[in-house]
Every structure is written in structure tokens, then in C-alpha cells.
Write a protein that binds this ligand. Structure first.
Ligand SMILES: [Cu+2]
Length: 153
């Protein structure tokens, strides 16, 4: 077992913290965590990058403080074309990201939970370009089940 910092140090030492000759991309589940910022109008905002030669999203875990609308800026600083397939109520959003490009997507995620996003082209997902948007908070009253009070952690 390693602590989180030891894990990062070991991945760096072995050379698995970037694309290398032993692995096509970063080790699955390796990546940073970030928090969306919130404006006075309640809309949230975040920037997610693909850094050169890492083949992960940065952050790869984006945390929203609660459900609602979020404006994402997506930046591809890698030397290859990628894309983003993103969750949103009603329909998913898709954006192409040629190398050294950026794009914007507005998502509506109104319920708490884990939502997945990725770059589904080529073998990007298998190489590490998968991520999660985590929406904190409780389910809105209209979405709650009609059942007796449940024990809460
Ligand atoms: Cu808020």
C-alpha cells in the first residue's frame, strides 16, 4: 500500500506519469481533481485541459458544489486531435478538439452523482482520456422518492 503522495512519486519515478514507451498513456485512474467555481448567478465554470503527452484530462475529476448549469472551457494542448463527449440533461454534448485548440460547452447536470466523460475517438479512452464530473449535494425535493425517512450517513 502507498499513500496518495507516495503513489504520485512512484508513478513519476517509474515514468508512468506521462506517455512513454512502456505504456500508451497514463495509468488508468491517474489524474488530478479540481473544483468548479460559481458565479453570483449560480452558474458554475471550470477549465479542463489535455496537457501534452499525458493523455488524461486535467482535472480528470471535476467537482461541482451542487447541481445546475456549468460552462466548461476545454483546452487541447496535446500534439494530437482529441474530442470530448460530455454528459448533459436532455442530450450529451460532443466537441472536436484538434491539437492546440479550445472549445466551450454548456452542460446542465441538475442531480447529484457521478457523470462520466471521455474522448471516444481512436483508443483515447483505453489510453486514459476518461474523466468524471462529480455533482455534490442532495436530490432536489421533486426528484425524491415517496418513502419513509431513511438513515443518512
Ligand atoms: Cu451554488
Amino acid at each position: 500500500m502507498t499513500t496518495a503522495q507516495e503513489r504520485v512519486d512512484l508513478l513519476n519515478k517509474i515514468g508512468l506519469a506521462a506517455q512513454n514507451k512502456a505504456a500508451l498513456g497514463q495509468v488508468l485512474g491517474t489524474g488530478s481533481i479540481g473544483q468548479a467555481t460559481e458565479g453570483s448567478d449560480g452558474r458554475m465554470q471550470a477549465t479542463i485541459r489535455i496537457n501534452p503527452d499525458e493523455l488524461t484530462w486535467d482535472p480528470s475529476i471535476l467537482v461541482m458544489p451542487h447541481g445546475g448549469d456549468i460552462e466548461l472551457e476545454l483546452v487541447n494542448d496535446d500534439l494530437n486531435t482529441h474530442c470530448a463527449l460530455l454528459p448533459s440533461n436532455g442530450d450529451r454534448k460532443f466537441i472536436w478538439l484538434v491539437n492546440h485548440s479550445r472549445g466551450r460547452a454548456t452542460l446542465n447536470l441538475d442531480g447529484p452523482g457521478y457523470y462520466w466523460f471521455s474522448s471516444p475517438t481512436g483508443n483515447d479512452e483505453g489510453r486514459g482520456l476518461t474523466g468524471a464530473i462529480v455533482v455534490m449535494g442532495d436530490a432536489p425535493p421533486e426528484a425524491r422518492l415517496d418513502r419513509p425517512e431513511q438513515p443518512r450517513p
